[in-house]
Design a protein around this ligand. Sequence first.
Ligand code: MN
Length: 399
Amino acid sequence: MAGMSGISCDDVALSSYNQKVHFPWGKDIIIYDSTLRDGEQMPGIAFTPEQKLDIAILLDEIGIKEIEAGFPAISERELKTVKTIAQQGLNARILALSRLKKEDIDAAIRADVDVILLFIASSPIHLKYKLNMTIDEIVRKIEESIDYVKAHGVIPSFSTEDSTRTPMDTLKLLVRTAENAGARRVGFTDTLGCTTPEGIEYLFSEMCRFTSLPVSAHLHNDFGLSLANALTALKCGARYVCATVHGWGERAGNVPLEQIVMALQYLYGIDLGIDTTRLKELSEMVSKYAGVDVPLTHPFVGENVFSHESGIHVAAVMRNPRTYEPIDPRIVGNRRRIIIGKHSGRHVIEAKLRELGIEMDEDEINMLIDRVKLEGEKKGRLSDDDLIRMAMEVKKVYE
Ligand code: MN
């Protein structure tokens, strides 16, 4: 696997029932990261320009091929930040978001990005309550905007916002308009994250048949289906899918970058060329800069996902980690943790004592196990210091 030449069969043990699935674009699938744009739209997050640059550089180093660096029209500072990232000479293409407005497009052009992601809402509810525009007006805007982007030598991409609540004939009209005007890719969005994988299958299959342009997917997670929907969109012929670190973004967020990368590389065997061993590092950087903790149970990068406390599990993991870990934690740059608590069995406590250099006889260990269970029930997780203190107390009793 990419960036992990040291990985052997012993490091991965996945389901026996995974089916072989055909992804039309295979290793040419592009996961584009929007941590710096949609991710930053998570309420309460505001990265500094330096932090944005650090994140962009790390994304580039791990092999992410496209980075949506921001929305340059927001402010001069945002424009400058996107421009700094665009001028770093990264391998990744740099993308910027823009409404179909001259001032937005001008800002993106000044930011020197490779691709401008033009978008406009297309659903009846957005047309009426947000834009107050007719479809004919939108068609003219699309033509003008794409012409303008092309005239400045930048690649235009066109997306409808709220695609999943837009009638199919409207989507087709707008896509054909964009295609004829010279868009180089078209995107569809599940802006409210309210579509089933079956709905995504219908929409993306239909649109991938309808247009000859590469298709992109921007999916939200309001029903917790963003990852399933992203895999479905790719299976149906989408070439690009948007993700953010931890899936952080507006409301329930987006497709989690680390999960889509791991699912494609390890469950579906598609080598995207991404160095997964730095995913934990990326997660820590984004969490620190955002000032938001990563949930303990977050797949791959959470603190608990390679932690074991239950006696039965720990004993098995000590004999062969693949009994209770699908992959070696080092594959994602995480590590195994053996936790002492009320579920701990003799095996783990003996191992922990050895690790801490504490010698105890059989009776003392039995008494210590009783205390660990009692205190573990009150405190939950016990630290090494807790265990040392309890061991010393037990020894005193037996003196
Ligand atoms: Mn979004």
